[in-house]
Design a binder for this molecule. Structure first.
Ligand code: MP5
Length: 203
């Protein structure tokens, strides 16, 4: 197995620290996040995940072999309970999930979909970046939060051993590819979109 995935993460170490130290992440961990901020994240992220579902299906359609196809099928299946989690939380919080998303969110979602046309190496790199960012952010929330957290379902969704294994499988698919500048650019864009997304909902 190669080291492409690790090289990509190492190349972004300072931005990665900013993701983990983002006020949204820290305040979700210590319980000081304002309710409206979490609500804003929830409605924005619901749009993101719905668009992500389309992107994953298109990516599965260009999967180069059975192994890649199986990993993506697993990711697509996981979105069913994930969307149900958002819908349940929104109903409990009285949120309208059909609100118009931010242009940043529309842009991020459209960018992800556009990578499918760039081809498998870039598109799988981008997927790995998206999921690795969420795993690391929510695992850090998990490690810093108390048992009384209202966000247990979301923490479990992105920091469970199953999700960790999925992120590892994505890393293994990235590791099959020799690193290219296009892959580095895709990874870098996702990191910038992730930071801007937290800024948007927290700002
Ligand atoms: C993910 C997400 C993780 N839900 N939202 C953003 C802004 N970035 C990454 O993707 P998934 O499909 O929920 O695991």
């Amino acid at each position: 197995m190669g080291e492409t995935a690790q090289e990509l993460v190492n190349g972004q170490s300072s931005a990665w620290q900013r993701i983990l130290a983002h006020p949204f992440v820290l305040r979700t961990s210590d319980g000081s996040l304002p309710r409206e901020t979490f609500d804003r994240w929830l409605t924005e992220d619901y749009f993101f995940v719905r668009s992500f579902q389309v992107y994953l299906r298109e990516l599965r359609a260009i999967a180069p072999d059975d192994e890649a196809h199986a990993v993506l099928a697993n990711g697509i299946a996981a979105l069913v309970p994930e969307l149900a989690l958002f819908e349940k939380a929104a109903a409990e919080r009285g949120l309208d999930l059909a609100v118009e998303p931010s242009l940043l969110n529309v842009g991020y979602s459209a960018y992800l979909l556009s990578t499918v046309r760039e081809g498998w190496p870039v598109a799988i790199t981008v997927l790995y970046a998206v999921e690795k960012a969420y795993y690391d952010a929510w695992a850090s929330v998990r490690d810093r939060t108390g048992p009384e957290t209202p966000y247990a379902g979301f923490i479990a969704n992105w920091s469970s051993p199953e999700f960790a294994a999925y992120v590892d499988q994505l890393a293994a698919l990235v590791d099959r590819e020799p690193l290219t500048p296009a892959m580095e650019l895709g990874f870098d864009r996702v990191v910038r979109f992730e930071l801007a997304f937290w800024d948007l909902v927290h700002g």
